[in-house]
Unconditional design. Structure first.
Length: 122
Protein backbone atom coordinates (compact mmCIF):
# COMPACT_ATOMS: atom_id res chain seq x y z
CA UNK A 1 0.00 0.00 0.00
CA UNK A 2 1.44 3.37 -0.99
CA UNK A 3 1.58 6.28 1.40
CA UNK A 4 -1.16 8.85 1.13
CA UNK A 5 -0.02 12.43 0.52
CA UNK A 6 -1.40 15.08 2.83
CA UNK A 7 -0.82 18.80 2.38
CA UNK A 8 -1.26 21.03 5.44
CA UNK A 9 -1.69 24.79 5.00
CA UNK A 10 -1.87 27.22 7.90
CA UNK A 11 -0.35 30.67 8.37
CA UNK A 12 0.34 29.79 12.03
CA UNK A 13 3.61 27.84 12.22
CA UNK A 14 2.69 26.62 15.72
CA UNK A 15 -0.41 24.91 14.28
CA UNK A 16 1.70 23.32 11.54
CA UNK A 17 4.12 22.01 14.16
CA UNK A 18 1.24 20.53 16.18
CA UNK A 19 -0.04 18.82 13.03
CA UNK A 20 3.44 17.52 12.20
CA UNK A 21 3.85 16.04 15.69
CA UNK A 22 0.33 14.61 15.69
CA UNK A 23 0.81 12.75 12.42
CA UNK A 24 4.51 11.88 12.65
CA UNK A 25 3.90 8.24 13.59
CA UNK A 26 1.29 7.64 10.91
CA UNK A 27 1.87 6.28 7.45
CA UNK A 28 1.39 9.49 5.49
CA UNK A 29 3.65 11.51 3.24
CA UNK A 30 3.21 14.99 4.67
CA UNK A 31 3.86 18.45 3.28
CA UNK A 32 3.55 21.67 5.29
CA UNK A 33 3.14 25.24 4.07
CA UNK A 34 2.44 28.43 5.98
CA UNK A 35 1.90 30.46 2.78
CA UNK A 36 -1.06 29.36 0.64
CA UNK A 37 0.64 30.66 -2.51
CA UNK A 38 3.56 28.27 -1.97
CA UNK A 39 1.17 25.36 -1.40
CA UNK A 40 -0.65 26.14 -4.64
CA UNK A 41 2.66 26.18 -6.54
CA UNK A 42 3.51 22.82 -4.95
CA UNK A 43 0.23 21.40 -6.29
CA UNK A 44 1.31 22.23 -9.84
CA UNK A 45 3.92 19.46 -9.71
CA UNK A 46 2.87 17.13 -6.88
CA UNK A 47 -0.22 14.99 -6.41
CA UNK A 48 -1.87 15.01 -2.99
CA UNK A 49 -4.74 12.94 -1.66
CA UNK A 50 -5.92 15.39 1.01
CA UNK A 51 -5.46 19.07 1.80
CA UNK A 52 -6.05 20.24 5.37
CA UNK A 53 -6.13 24.03 5.42
CA UNK A 54 -7.07 26.98 7.55
CA UNK A 55 -9.95 29.05 6.21
CA UNK A 56 -8.76 32.54 7.05
CA UNK A 57 -5.22 33.37 5.97
CA UNK A 58 -3.55 36.50 4.59
CA UNK A 59 -3.75 37.08 0.82
CA UNK A 60 -5.84 34.00 -0.09
CA UNK A 61 -9.10 33.42 1.77
CA UNK A 62 -11.08 30.19 2.10
CA UNK A 63 -13.24 29.98 -1.01
CA UNK A 64 -10.50 31.28 -3.29
CA UNK A 65 -7.98 28.82 -1.85
CA UNK A 66 -10.24 25.78 -2.18
CA UNK A 67 -11.41 26.82 -5.65
CA UNK A 68 -7.76 26.97 -6.76
CA UNK A 69 -6.98 23.60 -5.16
CA UNK A 70 -9.94 21.91 -6.87
CA UNK A 71 -9.00 23.53 -10.20
CA UNK A 72 -5.49 22.09 -9.94
CA UNK A 73 -6.46 18.71 -8.48
CA UNK A 74 -10.20 17.98 -8.75
CA UNK A 75 -9.92 14.54 -7.08
CA UNK A 76 -8.15 15.89 -4.00
CA UNK A 77 -10.18 15.81 -0.78
CA UNK A 78 -10.20 19.07 1.17
CA UNK A 79 -10.73 19.68 4.87
CA UNK A 80 -11.13 23.07 6.55
CA UNK A 81 -9.42 23.27 9.94
CA UNK A 82 -10.33 26.67 11.33
CA UNK A 83 -11.28 28.57 14.42
CA UNK A 84 -12.83 31.59 12.72
CA UNK A 85 -14.76 30.27 9.72
CA UNK A 86 -18.39 31.35 9.44
CA UNK A 87 -20.74 28.36 9.31
CA UNK A 88 -22.54 29.83 6.28
CA UNK A 89 -19.22 29.97 4.41
CA UNK A 90 -18.53 26.34 5.32
CA UNK A 91 -21.99 25.23 4.20
CA UNK A 92 -21.47 27.07 0.92
CA UNK A 93 -18.12 25.32 0.34
CA UNK A 94 -19.70 21.93 1.13
CA UNK A 95 -22.63 22.61 -1.21
CA UNK A 96 -20.26 23.64 -4.00
CA UNK A 97 -18.21 20.48 -3.35
CA UNK A 98 -15.07 22.56 -2.75
CA UNK A 99 -14.50 20.87 0.62
CA UNK A 100 -15.22 17.43 2.02
CA UNK A 101 -15.11 18.18 5.73
CA UNK A 102 -14.73 20.77 8.46
CA UNK A 103 -13.19 20.67 11.92
CA UNK A 104 -13.08 23.58 14.33
CA UNK A 105 -9.90 24.60 16.13
CA UNK A 106 -8.95 23.38 18.63
CA UNK A 107 -9.39 19.97 17.07
CA UNK A 108 -9.09 16.45 18.42
CA UNK A 109 -6.30 14.52 16.73
CA UNK A 110 -8.32 11.31 16.41
CA UNK A 111 -11.21 13.18 14.77
CA UNK A 112 -8.88 14.67 12.17
CA UNK A 113 -7.09 11.38 11.58
CA UNK A 114 -10.40 9.51 11.17
CA UNK A 115 -11.61 12.09 8.66
CA UNK A 116 -8.35 11.92 6.69
CA UNK A 117 -8.50 8.12 6.66
CA UNK A 118 -12.16 8.16 5.56
CA UNK A 119 -11.33 10.49 2.67
CA UNK A 120 -8.29 8.50 1.53
CA UNK A 121 -9.88 5.05 1.38
CA UNK A 122 -9.24 3.75 -2.11
Amino acid sequence: MSKKNILFIDDDTFILELLRKSFEHDVFEMHFFNHPEDALKFLDDHYVDVVVADFSMPKIKGKQLFTNIKFKQPECACIVLSGVADINDIIGLLNEKLIDGFLKKPWKYQELKDLVLKLTVS
